[in-house]
Design a protein around this ligand. Structure first.
Ligand code: ADP
Ligand code: MG
Length: 305
């Protein structure tokens, strides 16, 4: 796995003493979608700003495609597209001009074919001569992404791309992000929506109070942390207390007496025996349901520790 970004012992202390990042280590793989997941104030925007060279780091180092972001700022910045958290567009400019202008800012010559491709891909080609004020909210977001892609970057940062966006538009954005990745662009997005990380990321890095708590493949994170609840429905009522000493049974007197909830940890050795004992006691199993922990539950577990 090739790393396209390498962040080593990155710390950032603002002049007022706020320690926004403390000793962050993170490798970003070429071609992946990684979500930086954390609550407000966790340090997500500061981390992006340091990688993009917008904020000076207090200590540590960041390499982008092998180049140091301080020493080779122009080089590294030209490889990166950034969709910032706070978005501002010139209201009376035309879509196509806004995108062309951004490309020129990075020192790249006009490339009408490339700009056309980008606008078509973002479903903006028909709107290319419209002024920004004439666009819907969703289209404006697409223009911001078109700007970020205007110089054909290898890496795209999206800082809270769907904050304050309605559900339809959010799903649209997810689709779009997946399409951009399919073209080979590495994507780093920040979010405080667990659902978003769960939906589109290959890997998830959980950040809280300036520290990375863990970075894992999404599937492994869910599996590793994942405990399942197995609900077994029996044909007759069951005496829960008879089993709760020996097995990890969720005991609530309120629950349906025909159903027993078993807390299953990864590679549980007892489950098979539990079923055998139920059978030996004369119980007949009507149905079995399993429920995995959601990323939300996992996240709360990690952050509260
Ligand atoms: N320019 C600044 N001066 C002082 N503190 C700041 C500044 N920018 C951000 N912070 C603080 O740094 C911490 C991390 O902020 P930020 O990176 O914006 O978090 P996030 O993007 O995860 O919400 C917060 O405590 C925030 O208040
Ligand atoms: Mg932020």
């Amino acid at each position: 796995m090739k790393n396209i970004i390498e962040i080593k012992n990155l710390s950032k202390k603002f002049v007022d003493g706020t320690e926004a990042l403390s000793s962050v280590n993170l490798d970003i793989h070429d071609g992946e979608i990684i979500a930086l997941l954390g609550p407000n104030g966790a340090g997500k925007t500061t981390l992006i700003s340091a990688v993009c060279g917008i904020t000076n780091m207090s200590s540590g180092s960041v390499k982008v495609a092998g180049f140091d972001v301080k020493k080779d700022y122009r080089k590294t910045r030209s490889i990166i597209g950034l969709v910032p958290q706070e978005i501002a567009l010139q209201p009376f400019e035309k879509v196509i001009d806004v995108v062309r202008y951004t490309r020129n800012l990075f020192g790249f010559k006009n490339d009408d074919k490339y700009i056309e491709d980008i606008l078509k891909r973002l479903l903006l080609w028909e709107k290319k001569d419209k002024r920004i004020v004439e666009l819907s909210g969703g289209m404006k977001r697409r223009v911001i992404i078109a700007k970020a892609l205007s110089h054909n970057p290898k890496i795209l940062f999206l800082d809270e791309p769907t904050a304050g966006v309605d559900v339809d538009l959010r799903i649209d954005m997810w689709q779009l992000i997946k399409e951009i990745r399919a073209k080979g662009t590495t994507i780093i997005l920040t979010t405080h929506y667990i659902e978003e990380a769960q939906e589109i990321a290959d890997r998830i890095s959980i950040i809280n109070k300036g520290k990375i708590l863990l970075t894992e493949k999404k599937t492994e994170l869910i599996e590793k942390m994942g405990q399942k609840v197995i609900s077994i429905e029996l044909s007759e009522a069951i005496n829960h207390t008879k089993y709760s000493d020996e097995f990890d049974i969720i005991n609530d007197a309120e629950s349906n007496q025909h159903v027993i909830h078993y807390n299953y940890l990864k590679s549980d050795k007892n489950f098979d025996r539990f079923i055998t004992i139920l059978k030996n006691d004369g119980h007949v199993i009507n149905n079995i349901e399993t429920k995995e922990k959601s990323l939300e539950e996992i996240f709360l577990d990690i952050v509260s520790k």
